[in-house]
Design a protein around this ligand. Structure first.
Ligand code: 5RP
Length: 232
């Protein structure tokens, strides 16, 4: 296992220590969360019982089911704890998510959870969000018009997968990836502007949602935010 993989696993293992019997969990998508889901499978084999696991993608649902997790699409009661990866994390725990294409369900789960904890390796730490690219899920109908409105924000937009073979989300939508030349100076304002554009289903800016981030660095894990939840 590479150092990078080992860091992802270390962050996932730390998050597993937050799981308690009877919980409803939200489970994210991506290579870091995969370690968390596999760890949950191991704990369940060892006797842990959880009430439900709500997956943020078809892929995570399949993995979870194969490992014996009680996968559900919906629950009556709140999600106790959601654990997911991130593409960017700024010092105030503002995130970019959705490079894996699961941003809509990821945001639904994050906003429905009592605690939302991010797990990542150190390469995801940024000084300012928008350093890589911000995915925006749009409806296919008149998507070119939506993309033009997105470009008016001063960002370069690319249809994920290209026009010949566009990427489709689990919800049947398209993704326009936005690149901002210098990152995003005012993420809250950009998020509000994106959300107000007709045709936009969801965007990958996750602001004020994560209570904590567990970031694996060389030699250990660093906890950002919610020390009362995780210890330092
Ligand atoms: C998927 C996501 C992932 O959480 C994000 O892309 C991080 O993935 P990885 O752990 O593979 O780096 O937002 O839509």
């Amino acid at each position: 296992m590479s150092q990078h993989e080992a860091e992802k696993r270390a962050a996932a293992e730390r998050a597993l220590s937050l799981v308690r019997s009877g919980m409803v969990l939200g489970i994210g998508t991506g290579t870091t969360t995969r370690f968390f889901i596999e760890g949950l499978g191991r704990l369940i084999r060892e006797g842990l019982t959880i009430e439900a696991a709500i997956p943020t993608s078809v892929e995570s649902a399949g993995l979870g089911r194969s490992l014996g997790l009680p996968i559900r699409d919906d629950v009556e009661r709140p999600i106790d704890l959601a654990v997911d990866g991130a593409d960017e994390i700024d010092p105030e725990l503002r995130l970019v998510k959705g490079h894996g294409g699961a941003l809509l369900r990821e945001k639904l789960v994050a906003t429905s959870a009592g605690h939302f904890v991010v797990i990542a390796d150190h390469t995801k730490l940024v000084d300012r969000v928008g350093r890589t690219f911000v995915p925006v899920e749009v409806v296919p109908f008149l998507w070119r018009h939506t993309a033009r409105r997105l470009a008016a924000l001063g960002a370069a937009g690319t249809l994920r997968g290209g026009e010949e073979t566009p990427y489709r989300t689990d919800n049947g939508n398209l993704i326009v990836d936005l690149t901002f030349p210098d990152g995003i100076v005012d993420p809250e304002r950009t998020a509000a502007t994106l959300k107000a554009i007709p045709g936009v289903v969801e965007h990958g800016l996750f602001l004020g949602l994560a209570q904590a981030a567990i970031v694996a660095v060389e030699g250990g894990v660093k906890v950002m935010g919610a020390e009362e939840l995780l210890g330092s």
